[in-house]
Design a protein around this ligand. Structure first.
Ligand SMILES: [Zn+2]
Length: 105
C-alpha cells in the first residue's frame, strides 16, 4: 500500500507548483494545469535552455506533482473507480499528459 503524504508535504508541493488554493480544494485538474504550465516554461525541449536551473525546477515540479496526486488520491479519488482504479488519473499517450479521470474529477 502507498502511504499518503502528510499535509505539510502536500502544502509544500502546492507551494512548489504555485497553487494558491486550500489543500482540500486542489483538484487533479488544477495540479495538471499548473504542472503543464511549468513544464512548458522550463523544459529544455520547449525553451531551448539546457541550463541546470530550469532542469531543477522541472524535477521539483515533477516531485511536487507526484506528492499532490497521491494526496488527492488519498483524499478524493474513488478507490472503486473502474476508469482510473482510484488513482484519479487516466493515461493519455503523450508525454506529461496523464489526464484527470473524467469520473473522479
Ligand atoms: Zn476515476
Amino acid at each position: 500500500m502507498k502511504t499518503p503524504p502528510n499535509r505539510q508535504d502536500a502544502q509544500a508541493a502546492a507551494d512548489t507548483l504555485g497553487i494558491p488554493l486550500d489543500l482540500d480544494d486542489i483538484t487533479i485538474r488544477e495540479v495538471t494545469k499548473r504542472f503543464r504550465a511549468i513544464a512548458r516554461e522550463v523544459h529544455p525541449d520547449a525553451s531551448g535552455n539546457y541550463d541546470l536551473g530550469p532542469a531543477l525546477v522541472l524535477s521539483r515540479a515533477i516531485d511536487a506533482k507526484k506528492v499532490l496526486v497521491r494526496w488527492i488520491e488519498a483524499t478524493t479519488a474513488d478507490p472503486e473507480c473502474p476508469l482510473c482504479k482510484g488513482s484519479g488519473f487516466v493515461r493519455s499517450g503523450r508525454l506529461w499528459s496523464s489526464a484527470p479521470c473524467p469520473r473522479c474529477s
